[in-house]
Design a binder for this molecule. Structure first.
Ligand SMILES: [Zn+2]
Length: 341
């Protein structure tokens, strides 16, 4: 909604046999027709669950927005199997692999159209598969929600410290609801973003005045045991915070959540050339301005001295490149600093 206008209401091409108003536990699919060379009448089946018990708030969880990020997908699968209507008051809607084609292909972007679901909001019902999915989430699922959480990780190319994230909005009341959600989730730290990118999934909630959060719970296209444990606890903490999950006492983090922020380009270190990256820091290190980020080697030219990219400012290393080879322009690391409001 780049122009701030009301969300459009063009009909979606995605259907479902889930009745979101019905009490009980329904686990089925969104059905998205998509014609392909090897499957003329293909209907993509995107798993979705709706668990409802009477009136009350609705929580919407999505994972697999990027297909190669797994802690959220596993945490939500466990939640779908475990959660029964009698455990809750209200409604929980779960999309464990939102960009389902990407999740099945174990890649960040959709193999069908190259789409990045977290840069595709508010979507287009007449667009490619990724635009159609984002349109459905933005216009059919988010409007049902009292709060929204889109779970991420670093994917194949990045490794992350585990944290919850949220983006500030112009609406201070909405911001406060988001701070409360993040605190209830209970991460060791949280990054408060100031991105104005309207294509993010969380922005699909903000335009409707609905609080949203995200977070990075691991990376390397692997599954972090620490990250998954945080997700499992955090999902339930969130539901209890909203008054949806009964008989669950919110489990706080060992230390109060540290609120941090991301800044501009000086928070990032990019590869200055194609090469083999030898990191000089670990996730969780505090670095000073000018400190060595690593050495970029040239295996095709053994006597060429490595390049030495450095940090442009001080901060906490929260993200690191996960792969040895890097191309010019790849993110090698990024920092966070304490939240300044
Ligand atoms: Zn992601």
């Amino acid at each position: 909604m780049t122009d701030g206008s009301r969300p459009t209401a063009r009909p979606t091409r995605i259907s479902t046999d889930i009745d979101f108003d019905r009490d009980g536990k329904q686990v089925s699919n969104l059905f998205m027709p998509w014609s392909m060379n090897d499957s003329a009448y293909k209907v993509v089946h995107i798993p979705i669950a709706c668990i409802k018990n009477g009136p009350g708030p609705t929580m919407l969880f999505t994972a697999g927005t990027h297909g190669d990020e797994y802690e959220g997908q596993i945490g939500l699968l466990n939640l779908i199997r475990e959660l029964e209507p009698e455990h809750i008051k209200g409604r929980v809607i779960v999309l464990p692999a939102a960009n389902f084609p990407a999740a099945m292909a174990a890649q960040r972007l959709s193999p069908y159209d190259g789409g990045n679901l977290n840069r595709a909001f508010p979507g287009d019902p007449d667009g490619g598969p990724t635009a159609q999915i984002s349109y459905y989430i933005a216009n059919h699922l988010i409007p049902l929600a009292s709060a929204y959480h889109d779970l991420h990780a670093g994917g194949r190319s990045l490794d992350y410290l585990t944290y919850c994230g949220m983006h500030l909005t112009q609406n201070e009341e909405l911001n406060q609801k988001q701070f409360a959600l993040v605190k209830a989730f209970g991460p060791p730290f949280s990054i408060i973003g100031k991105s104005s990118d309207d294509r993010l999934a969380q922005r699909g909630a903000h335009v409707r005045g609905i609080p949203a959060m995200g977070g990075e719970f691991g990376g390397r296209a692997a599954v972090s045991k620490v990250g998954l444990a945080l997700v499992e606890r955090g999902l339930r903490n969130t539901l209890a915070h909203l008054g949806i999950l009964k008989n669950w006492t919110i489990q706080p983090p060992e230390k109060p959540t540290r609120f941090m922020q991301l800044g501009g380009r000086d928070y990032f270190v990019y590869a200055p050339a194609d090469g083999l990256f030898q990191p000089a820091v670990e996730l969780g290190d505090w670095v000073e301005k000018g400190q060595l980020a690593g050495r970029l080697h040239f295996v095709e030219d053994p006597m060429r001295p490595p390049l030495e990219p450095r940090f442009a400012r001080a901060g906490l290393v929260v993200c690191k490149r996960a792969q040895g080879r890097a191309e010019r322009g790849d993110c090698l690391a990024h920092l966070a600093t304490d939240f300044e409001g």
